[in-house]
Design a protein around this ligand. Structure first.
Ligand code: IFM
Length: 465
């Protein structure tokens, strides 16, 4: 008899996307430019010179996409609103066409029995705000709160979960600290300021949105979190792992749940940027209570102490002040993107959140994998590796529920293959294949497998199609 793992009643089963990764139509109906438009059109920034100009053409094909979602039978969908589509300059005038686009999409989801989960910021900052400093400027936090208030007022009760920010670590450190993402700045001091202003923007938005948000809507934030593991038993590596944990996890969890930055990291960062950007009252604002935490989980960080010098054959992990290098365990299998497959890390991080930050409701707002998918001569896309990946991670999520974690939903990253940021179209994470020349969509084997899990609200271990 195969094992069947049941999920709690009312569990949300969804897929997740983000505006710039799927919409296209970057200069239609009044949308303003975003930092990602600028970044993609800067030679050398994105693999193969790819851009989100067309992406999955979702802006024109959303009805077809909602129909596909309904065919899958998922009961929820996580998407994001493109700030520059709704407010082209990031301040001042709102664009009614942009708001109407999202209203039509949300209405259609609701009509199909699919509960919308909406992220207000998934990295497409209006370029006009970047020209004024972007997230390194305190004013952007206030602009974000105004925009959030407007969007929630306009689209309000259609949305089950509002998420202020997606992965502020990525926006700040990859965007401003390492230059790998838009806007492409490589400066630790800018990244630290940006991280504070993102968190402040979240807190200001949370306060503003509360006054116009009514049940059953609720509000949270999504963080990308990863257990950090030392590469050896040495004390030096254990300390390096602690520093990396501070950088990747506690820097965001601390202010949100405890109203303080972690002291070890604050001490490390202080010589770099001081603390003049942290004003009285900011941390109280950031710690405004939230209804749930969104967690995006992909893998663990395995690190060693760099001893302050380059280590042959290993890449530095994060900024030099961390004195850490990534040293993934060669025995751990990897996805097509080269990311370690570590489902146990998912249980670990969820259980840790419960113990260290209290019984906050959690949604797994992203989890998934890219593999080297292709269309068979018979027209099918078979992706058994993705099915194995999803099964192992859903099993790990279920183990966390059994350990007392209040996990309320799972959103597979991602619905359709789409624009994977600096990697362009080279990485296919979708449950649904997209031919980027013709925009044909083909359900992969994993889509049908996942649909059955969602339909049964249960995971039958070992079930294959
Ligand atoms: O594609 C991204 C998504 O936008 C944010 N989280 C990670 C995904 C895979 O890299």
């Amino acid at each position: 008899m195969s094992e069947m793992l049941r999920f709690p009643d009312g569990f949300l089963w969804g897929t997740a996307t983000a505006s710039y990764q799927i919409e296209g139509a970057v200069d239609e109906d009044g949308r303003g430019p975003s930092i990602w438009d600028t970044f993609c059109h800067t030679p050398g920034k994105v693999f193969h010179g790819d851009t989100g100009d067309v992406a999955c053409d979702h802006y024109h094909r959303w009805e077809e996409d909602v129909a596909l979602m309904a065919q899958l039978g998922v009961n929820s969908y996580r998407m994001s609103v493109a700030w520059p589509r709704v407010q082209p300059e990031g301040s001042g005038e709102y664009n009614q066409s942009g708001i109407d686009f999202y209203r039509r999409l949300l209405d259609s989801l609701v009509e199909h029995g699919i509960a919308p989960v909406v992220t207000l910021y998934h990295w497409d900052l209006p370029q006009a705000l970047q020209d004024l400093g972007g997230w390194t400027s305190r004013d952007t936090s206030k602009r974000f709160a105004d925009y959030a208030y407007e969007v929630v007022s306009a689209l309000g009760e259609r949305v089950r979960l509002w998420i202020t920010l997606n992965e502020p670590w990525v926006s700040s450190h990859l965007g401003y600290g390492e230059g790998e993402h838009a806007p492409g700045t490589a400066d630790l001091s800018s990244a630290i300021r940006a991280s504070h202003h993102l968190l402040l923007g979240h807190g200001l938005a949370a306060k503003a949105v509360r006054s116009v948000m009514a049940p059953p809507s609720s509000l949270g934030i999504t963080l990308n979190l990863a257990p950090t593991r030392p590469a050896s038993n040495s004390d030096a590596d254990a300390e390096a792992a602690l520093r990396v944990d501070g950088y990747a996890n506690r820097w965001f969890l601390g202010p949100l749940f405890k109203g303080t930055y972690p002291k070890d990291l604050a001490d490390l960062f202080h010589p770099v940027t001081g603390d003049s950007h942290v004003h009285a009252g900011d941390l109280e604002t950031i710690a405004t209570p939230i209804d749930f935490l969104g967690v995006n989980y992909y893998f663990c960080h395995t690190v060693a102490d760099s001893h302050g010098a380059p280590q042959p054959g290993t890449a530095p992990f994060g900024p030099a002040v961390l004195r850490a290098v990534g040293r993934p365990d060669a025995a751990v299998p990897v996805t097509g993107r080269g990311w370690p497959v570590q489902p146990d890390g998912l249980t670990e991080i969820l259980v840790r959140l419960r113990h260290e930050y209290g019984p906050v409701p959690i949604y797994l707002t992203e989890n998934g994998a890219a593999f080297h998918d292709y269309v068979d001569p018979d027209g099918a896309v078979k992706d058994p590796e993705r099915v194995d990946y999803l099964e192992s991670h859903l099993k790990a999520a279920h183990a966390a529920i059994s350990a007392g974690v209040d996990l309320r939903g799972y959103f597979c990253w991602t619905f359709t293959d789409n624009f994977e940021w600096a990697a362009g179209y080279s990485q296919r994470f979708g449950l649904i294949w997209v031919d980027f020349k013709t925009q044909e969509r083909i359900l992969k084997t994993s889509a049908s497998w996942y649909a059955e899990v969602a339909r049964r609200n249960g995971l039958e271990i070992g079930r294959r199609l």
